[in-house]
Design a protein around this ligand. Sequence first.
Ligand SMILES: Cc1cc2nc3c(=O)[nH]c(=O)nc-3n(C[C@H](O)[C@H](O)[C@H](O)COP(=O)(O)OP(=O)(O)OC[C@H]3O[C@@H](n4cnc5c(N)ncnc54)[C@H](O)[C@@H]3O)c2cc1C
Ligand SMILES: Cc1cc2nc3c(=O)[nH]c(=O)nc-3n(C[C@H](O)[C@H](O)[C@H](O)COP(=O)(O)O)c2cc1C
Length: 603
Amino acid sequence: MLNALNTDNSPFNEQQIASLQSSLGALDPAQSMWLSGYLAGQLSAGGALPAQATPAAAPAGQALTILYGSETGNGETVAEALAARFEAAGQPAELQSLDGFRPAALKKLEHAVFVMSTHGEGDPPEEALDFFEFLDSDRAPKLDKLSYRVLALGDSSYAQFCEAGRRLDERLQALGAKPFGPRVDCDVDYDSPAETWGTEVLEHARETLGGGEAAAQPANAAHLHLVQAEPAPWTRLQPFSSETLRVQKITANASEKDVHHIELSLEDSGIRYEPGDALGVWAPNDPELVAEILDGLSIDPATKVTAGEREVTVAEALTEHHEITRLAEATVRGLASAGGQDTLAEEYEALDDAGQRAFIERRQLADLVAAYPFQLNAQALVDQLRPLASRSYSIASSQALVDEEVHLTVATLASDAIGTERRGVASQFLNHRVGEGGQVRVFLEPNRRFRLPENPETPIVMIGAGTGVAPYRAFLQELEARGTNPDAWLIFGNPHLRTDFLYQREFLKWRADGLLNRIDAAWSRDQAEKRYVQHIVAEQAERLDEWLARGAHVYLCGALQMGEAVTSAIADALVESRGLDAEAAAAAVANLRREKRLLKDLY
Ligand SMILES: Cc1cc2nc3c(=O)[nH]c(=O)nc-3n(C[C@H](O)[C@H](O)[C@H](O)COP(=O)(O)OP(=O)(O)OC[C@H]3O[C@@H](n4cnc5c(N)ncnc54)[C@H](O)[C@@H]3O)c2cc1C
Ligand SMILES: Cc1cc2nc3c(=O)[nH]c(=O)nc-3n(C[C@H](O)[C@H](O)[C@H](O)COP(=O)(O)O)c2cc1C
C-alpha cells in the first residue's frame, strides 16, 4: 500500500513520500485503521485537512474527553474505537490515557467518559493508580461541572467484579459530578455492551455538545470505504488460525510442575509483535469433559440450543462457546435456581465471602454436576453459563530471531482440591491436546507497558518466577538479535534446580556469552526454609540500589502474589540501602513506577 505513494499521480514530493513511508510503515494495523478513520472523518467534516491537528481544526461543538485506564489493552481498544466513531461522525472528542493525566486538568473537565478496567484483586490498572490516589485525596477538586459516564471492564469470575469502575463512579459522584447515564459493568464478553454504551455516548454528545453535522453527509461513505479497504487485522473476535510447530515439556518428569514450550506459526498472518507483548489464545473445552457433564445431567449431546445468536448442539455450545472450567458466582447461583438445587443454594449461601471464593475456585462445572443432582434441560444449562473467554500468554520469543513464529511458556493448571483432578482449559489444550500440526486460534495483545528501555544502554533487572520468565527470553533474544548489550540481571524462582530451571541452557549460554551479567535463582524447595525471588531482592539490596542508581529498569513477571511480595521487598531494600523510613521507601517505589522503571506483567 505504501508503494502507492510513489506513483506518477501521487500528490507528494520525494521528501514527503520518505517521511510518510517511514511514519506509516511503523503503524500496526489497528493504528492504520484508526488513522484512516481520522483522515476520512476530517474530510467528511467538509474541510481541508489541517497541516497540524490543532484544536482549532476540530469540528464545531464541544469536545467530549474519552479517558481510559487499561492494563492488558481491552479498555484501550474500546476507548480508541469510540474515538474513531466520534471522528467518523465529525463529533469532536479527545482521547487520553489516565497514565500521566494531570490532576489540574480534572477540574476543567466538563464532558467526559471513562473506560476503566479492574486488575489485581479489585484494583485499578497500574496506569490509573495516581489518578485514583488523587481522586481519593483531600486535593481532589469539586466536580460539579462534570457530566460523565463510566464503562467498567472486568471479569465476574473475580471476587471484586468491576471494582475500579464502580469505585470511580462512586467517587466522581461524591465530588459532585453528574452521570449522564448509568455505569455499564462488562464481563469478559464486553464487545456488545461496550458498543451499545458507545452508541448512547455518541447520541448524548450529538444532542448536548453540538457538532456531528458530518454524520449525515454523503462524504461519510468515504470513511467507511477507507476503513473497509484496509486488510482486516487479526483480533480477539477475528483470530488467526496458527499451526502448532512444537510442543515440548521443559520441566523434568520428576517435577510437580508441567510446563511446556510451545511454538506456533504466524506465517502469512502479518502479525508483528514486540518483546513484552502477550498472545491471546482461544481454546475449546475438552470434549471428554463436556461428555462427562452432559452424561451427568442425562442430556443428549445432540440436543439443539441457542447459544448467543447461533443454534448449535449443546455439545458444541459447551465445547466452543461457554466456560465450563471457571465458575463464577452468578453461575453457581443460576444453576442452583434453574436446576432446582436447594441444597447447593443453602450450602453456598451459608458460606462467608472467602468461603464462597474458595468454593468457586476449587470446583468446575463437572464437580457441581457430580455432587448435586440438577434438574436441567439443555437450554437451561447453557443459559446459566458464561461465554468462553480467551486466555493470555506472555510471548517468550523475539521476531528479530524467530521471524514468523511465536513462542509461549505454558504451565498446565491442575487442581485436585476436592478429590478429582481437573485441568485448566487453555493450558491443557496447548500442552496436551492440540499437538504438533494442530491449529490454535490466536491474536496479539500488545503491551506497551512492558517494553525494553528505549536507550540500548539502560540496565535491566528481570525478576520472575515460574512462567514469569517467558518475556525475559523474548527480551534476551531481542538484545542478541539487535547486538546491544546493556547490563542485564535475571532473578528467577521455581521449586527445584534439578527439575524446574526453565530454558536453562539458553539462559546459561547468555550468561556465558556476557549478554546476561548475573543470574540469581531462588529454588524454593531445595532447602529446609522456603526461598523465593523476594528473598534474593532482600539479600541483594545494595546491588539492586546500585543498579537503580545507574537508571536500571526493573521488570516483574509472574503471579500477582509474587509481584506484591517483590514490590514490598524492593521498598524494604531501599530502607536497608538508603536508610529511608518505610514511607519514603514506598514513595521511592511509587516514583519508580511513575518513571516507568518498575514495570509489571502479573497474572
Ligand atoms: C497478561 C497475562 C500473561 C500470562 N502469561 C502466562 C504465561 O506466560 N504462562 C502461563 O502458563 N500462564 C500465563 N497466564 C495465565 C493464563 O492466561 C491462564 O490464566 C492460565 O493458563 C490458566 O488458564 P486455563 O484456561 O488453563 O485454566 P482455567 O480453565 O481458567 O482454570 C481452571 C480452574 O483453575 C482455577 N484457576 C484459574 N486460575 C487459577 C490460578 N491462577 N490459581 C489457582 N487456580 C486457578 C479456576 O478457578 C478453575 O477452576 C497469563 C495471564 C495473563 C493475564
Ligand atoms: C491479573 C488480573 C487480575 C484481574 N482482576 C480482576 C478483578 O479483581 N475484578 C474484575 O472484575 N476483573 C479483573 N480482571 C479482569 C480484567 O478487568 C478484564 O480482563 C478486562 O477486560 C481487562 O481490561 P484491560 O485490558 O483494559 O486492562 C483481572 C484480569 C487480570 C489479568
